[in-house]
Design a protein around this ligand. Sequence first.
Ligand code: LHQ
Length: 262
Amino acid sequence: MKEEPAVLVARHDGYRTITLNRPERLNAFTRQLHAELIAALRDADADADCRAVMITGAGRAFCAGQDLTERVFVDGVAPDLSENLVERYNPLVSFIRSTRLPVVAAVNGVAAGAGASLAFACDIVVAGRSARFVQSFARIGLIPDAGGTWTLPRLAGDARARAMVMLGEAVEAERAAQWGMIWKAVVDDALEAEATAVCRALAAMPGDAIALAKRALRLSAGNGLDDQLALEADLQRQAGVRPDYRAAVESFRRKVTAKPGS
Ligand code: LHQ
């Protein structure tokens, strides 16, 4: 019997939607889901017509992190959990951060463990009001992974990150937005329309500039101000010779010179 796809891909004009598709397990990560998700992201990146990607979940959850039923983690033999991270989660998070494509998370329900880390790795996060973010790792005797210890303090601030990590309490979408952890919380019924509008807006932007800006923001994490200023100068030089900049400036000038009295 053919296996159900763990990830569904829909192609739209200028962007793709990738839906995590294991609703009965709250879209928890398995090896299969990992393989299909990274393949779908790579495929979108390789498509010159694709200029944004949305990741969302099927059913009532965004993603419940690692599928705890997939492997026997405690079975007399101490498991090496780092293998799963090094081979799957780490490349996934690195890819999301480094792809030229802006990645939008449409968080339609609970995002727990590595599922929350997945959302935090994305460029723009829009959540339905019933969504919540849970750093549930400590509850099962683990530390946050999939980049959670890096992204969360930067998004929520150190004090909030520490409490979330150590208490494992859920943070609802609206509070997450107030804290600056996500871009927006919207009523559940508006989530799809809002995330779609974000993807369409991104797809209409000059793609080269978005990719260069994404690179600048990523590298800023490891740079001091002087290095970042030098990087901006380098990337702006690259942006300035692309057709999008020339076309935008020419169009601006045409508008200015067309004005009466100019
Ligand atoms: C699940 C899961 C799940 C399988 C719900 N797996 N079935 C870990 C290890 C190794 C290396 C790398 O890194 C990681 C990273 C991690 O992500 S560790 C953290 C793993 N995730 C969690 O600890 C979260 C576990 N889930 C929960 O705490 C709750 O399910 C949440 C808070 C997500 C949602 O609660 P509810 O809305 O009350 O739903 P529920 O608990 O009733 O779950 C619904 C179903 O989904 C249920 O199955 P059932 O057959 O009873 O309907 C759950 O067993 C299943 N499910 N999470 N991670």
